[in-house]
Design a binder for this molecule. Structure first.
Ligand code: GLU
Length: 293
């Protein structure tokens, strides 16, 4: 059997904190214990939020933690043409459509619908897409495209599920309600998700499945906040004929008030801890990861 391949895939849109340290060290420990490889991937498709100084800080902070990754780092912004190609393949099968509604229009529509009965939310709590993009005819679409209006390409979820059928994944960790083992995917819970945008020819969901497959990742180890995203990932893997890794979602670290750590949480920032004289072994103790044998 070839050695397992793990990856840590941060977005350079802020400095790393203890939650990232947990995920990165867990990946590194599992890779070491299984004789596997650890890849590093920079998920920087959001040009408005990602910055080179955050990327540089990722390398610095991970090295400080004692983590070693394979020499070739994959940066998603270098591969936009590849993602665009996958979007075209989905579009050729009639599985995506442009939606021109702005965020404000969507919010207004949802508020109006909420007034009669609660509008359905996705697993992250965002309202499912209620807009009319799907109902536009070819002429209306062409006209809007020509006008230069911004748009998002959305997956026609019903059509995609009809093609892909029932899906499941193998979970070595656990979901928010303790789900583990063979987990049935529920992509319908996300509605018509955004697959790409006019200014960015991809999305988190699309690039993550393409890269995991292309890089030969066999074990995805990441935070439980992404547990239900795996439903969309399994669907896209099936539609694009990509191999599925096994998944291990881990609990998220919380602050003293029980809140999820965020990139702006100064007290748990790795740079702040380092400046305060904390060492990498102390970080391991703080996050409850024993030093590897
Ligand atoms: N880039 C994502 C993040 O920083 C993680 C993606 C993943 O592990 O699938 O939250």
């Amino acid at each position: 059997m070839p050695p397992p391949v793990f990856r840590f895939a941060p977005s350079p849109n802020g400095y790393l904190h203890l939650g990232h340290a947990y995920s990165a060290l867990l990946n590194a420990d599992l890779a070491r214990a299984s004789g596997g490889k650890l890849l590093l991937r920079i998920e920087d498709i959001d040009a408005t939020r990602c910055r080179p100084e955050y990327e540089a800080a990722i390398y610095e902070d991970l090295s400080w933690l004692g983590i070693a990754w394979e020499p070739e780092v994959r940066r998603q912004s270098d591969h936009l043409a590849l993602y665009r190609d996958a979007v075209d393949r989905l579009a050729a099968r009639g599985l995506v459509y442009p939606a021109f509604d702005s965020r404000a229009e969507i919010a207004r529509l949802v508020a109006a619908k909420d007034a009669t009965a609660p509008w359905p939310r996705d697993p992250d709590g965002a309202p499912l897409y209620p807009g009319f993009g799907k109902q536009l005819d070819a002429d209306e679409r062409a006209q809007l495209m020509q006008s230069g209006a911004p748009y998002a390409l959305r997956l026609d979820m019903d059509a995609a599920i009809a093609l892909a059928g029932d899906l499941a994944w193998h979970e070595r960790g656990h979901g928010p309600d303790g789900e583990t083992g063979t987990v049935a995917a529920r992509p319908e819970a996300w509605g018509d998700v955004v697959i790409a945008r006019k200014e960015t020819p991809t999305s988190y969901h699309l690039s993550v499945v393409i890269d995991d497959a292309l890089q030969g990742v066999t074990e995805v180890v990441r935070g439980a906040d992404l547990f239900w995203s795996t439903s969309v990932h399994r669907l896209l893997q099936t539609l694009l004929d990509l191999r599925a890794p096994v998944y291990r979602h881990h609990s998220l670290l919380r602050d003293a008030e029980g809140r999820k750590l965020s990139k702006s949480t100064g007290a748990t920032g790795l740079r702040e801890l380092r400046a305060a004289g904390v060492g990498p072994q102390e970080v391991r103790r703080m996050i409850g990861l024993a030093a590897p044998a």
